[in-house]
Design a protein around this ligand. Structure first.
Ligand SMILES: C[S@@+](CC[C@H](N)C(=O)[O-])C[C@H]1O[C@@H](n2cnc3c(N)ncnc32)[C@H](O)[C@@H]1O
Length: 301
């Protein structure tokens, strides 16, 4: 693996300083694998140690994703799209993405649009949602919102190939589109998830994060009573940011208060993933020995 230039340069010197933001960004973006790097930073050192351990065992995360989602048996290449090259990051604040996406005719996209709906915000490849849809054919609908158009297109092709008429993916900036989409859906909104959202580490980029106050308000407003919101991140400050926004909303409460099946660690993070399967980012992060910080809230009845 080629090391990012900044790290390669830094690693070749005997001592260097690196800001916490750059460190988080580097740590998040690149899987460091240079076991000979000796650093005076425990966090980076443990990442390196963890990764070199994985190298010894020849574990690769794409293989783990394929294994976790073996059930779906998805083709690697989409006939209609070929090999897709997807931009790594898209700026959600660009003018092209500031217009709310138009709601579809729900009868065109779901076999039964009166079924309870789950919305996954920033659904990435869509595998996670397709897996959920496959488990719940006939009882729930699944809508994925994704800012990278090609991912949404490929996920719709996969849904068709799998014969899943309860899963649909939209190219949409969730921050500005959620309210309109969720309001127009005829059935109840039972679950909203925001799983490992892009961290946008730099303070000046926090406004690019998907979860902003108006989105929190729309989610809570649109949820049916007893409906749930599930958020998680492998980046502690991002998880804390999401948690802070939901903890103080008056008409929702954390699930461990009302349901003994949900247990938290002493800091209030859920001990287990309640969804039955990990997302792709979660798989990659756990391979890098990261902790996943999770919270689930329920709207009061
Ligand atoms: C780190 S990935 C996580 C994907 C998936 N949830 C997972 O856990 O594997 C975050 C995803 O959110 C998408 N995204 C970022 N901002 C968004 C926005 N405003 N609206 C919709 N999707 C967004 C990105 O394109 C990316 O696919």
């Amino acid at each position: 693996m080629v090391l990012p230039r900044t790290v390669a340069v830094a690693a070749s010197t005997s001592s260097f300083r690196i800001s916490l933001t750059s460190l988080s960004t580097i740590n998040y973006k690149f899987q460091l694998c240079h076991s000979s790097i000796s650093l005076h930073c425990p966090r980076l050192q443990s990442t390196v140690a963890c990764f070199s351990q994985q190298q010894n065992h020849s574990i690769r995360s794409p293989n783990l994703v394929a294994l976790e989602y073996a059930d779906l048996n998805l083709p690697h290449i989409c006939v209609e799209l070929g090999h897709i090259r997807v931009r790594q990051h898209v700026n959600p604040l660009s003018s092209a993405l500031s217009v709310p996406a138009k709601a579809p005719d729900w009868n065109d996209v779901f076999k039964d649009p009166s079924l309870p709906l789950m919305i996954d915000i920033g659904c990435g490849s869509g595998r996670f949602l397709l897996w959920q849809a496959k488990q719940n054919v006939g009882s729930n609908n699944y809508l994925g919102l994704e800012i990278r158009k090609k991912l949404a297109e490929r996920a719709n092709i996969w849904a068709k190939e799998l014969g899943l008429y309860n899963a649909y993916f939209m190219f949409a900036n969730a921050t500005v589109s959620f309210q309109q989409l969720a309001s127009s859906y005829p059935g109840p909104l039972v679950l909203v998830s925001i799983l490992c959202p892009d961290p946008h580490f730099k303070k000046k980029h926090h406004k690019r994060r998907v979860l902003q106050k108006p989105l929190v308000d729309s989610i809570v407003d649109r949820l049916t009573s007893g409906g749930r919101v599930f958020v998680q991140s492998d980046v502690h400050e991002v998880a804390v940011d999401m948690r802070t926004q939901f903890d103080f909303v008056s008409n929702i409460q954390h699930v461990d208060i009302i349901d003994p099946n949900f247990v938290c660690d002493p800091d209030g993070w859920l001990l287990k993933n309640p969804m039955g399967i990990r997302t792709e980012r979660e798989i990659h992060a756990e391979l890098e020995c990261a902790k996943i910080y999770r919270r689930m809230y329920q709207k009061r009845t």
